[in-house]
Design a protein around this ligand. Structure first.
Ligand code: BTN
Length: 243
């Protein structure tokens, strides 16, 4: 798969731009939209994504899929695996928090905002990745949730472009496998990289209500089983654990 990259020094949000321009992208290729900084970076659940200039990765990867593929929600999980593997390449040890947050300990280092836009017979999947590379403690403190960066985790700064190259290489090759073979080749790695949360009573919201329960397991389709205090199992395909 070819990669077409579009770079902006500063933009409101690489995801917003990608959504507005998806109809111009080559459906056979992967389009990568990057920015040095974002003035209106967006996170999940309508949150802001703090996006200072020149310090982090702000990247949106766009891939075209058949409209009715039932595994569309797994590609962002594959992207999350690619982020953890990239961090490992730079000696930063990270885990996943279901469905696709990347954490070091209990602090978030990267997040994914995935969106989609239908285009004739296909769907353009827009996978926005924010990875904190060189943010200092002072800047991380502005984020209203526990957050970290590669600089804080490793104790030394990194070349943003070198990290992006590595991430893009991994995401490209994993996406090629995913398009052919779906989530099956990634399931074991995904389960292994998930933060070991067993035994702790967790709070979880699915955008409608808050649930309390214990982490139970991940199904083959990437959905989450939560064991509720009354021992029943509830399955979720979206949501997030509360800090
Ligand atoms: C999250 O809340 O965990 C998702 C954060 C996603 C941030 C990235 S930065 C690049 C892309 N553009 C955006 O506006 N958001 C995503």
């Amino acid at each position: 798969m070819k990669i077409h990259r579009i770079h902006f020094t500063t933009i409101d949000s690489t995801n917003t731009w990608a959504k507005q321009h998806a109809h111009e992208f080559d459906p056979q290729a992967m389009t990568l939209v990057t920015a040095g900084g974002q003035t209106a970076g967006r996170g999940r659940f309508n949150r802001q994504w703090v996006s200072p200039q020149g310090q982090n990765i702000y990247a949106t990867y766009c891939v075209f899929l058949e409209k009715h593929r039932p595994d569309i929600g797994n590609l962002p999980q594959v992207a999350a695996i690619s982020i953890v593997e990239t961090l490992t390449d730079f000696l930063v040890n990270a885990h996943l928090k279901w469905p696709n947050d990347v954490v070091v300990g209990n602090k978030k280092i990267a997040g994914i905002l995935s969106e989609s836009t239908p285009l004739s017979d296909k769907l353009c999947l827009i996978i926005g990745i924010g990875l904190n590379v060189n943010m200092s403690l002072r800047e991380l403190d502005q984020i209203d949730r526990p957050a970290t960066s590669m600089l804080e985790a490793a104790g030394n700064p990194f070349e943003v472009e070198t990290v992006l190259e590595c991430l893009t290489k991994r995401l490209k090759s994993h996406s090629e496998v995913f398009l052919e073979e779906s989530f099956v080749p990634f399931l074991e790695t995904y389960r292994r990289l998930l933060n070991p949360l067993s035994g702790k009573l967790l709070r979880f919201h699915d955008n409608r209500s808050i649930h309390e329960g214990y982490y139970h397991s991940i199904n083959a389709d990437g959905t989450l089983n939560l064991q509720l205090p009354d021992q029943t199992i509830q399955t979720f395909n979206a949501g997030e654990f509360l800090p």
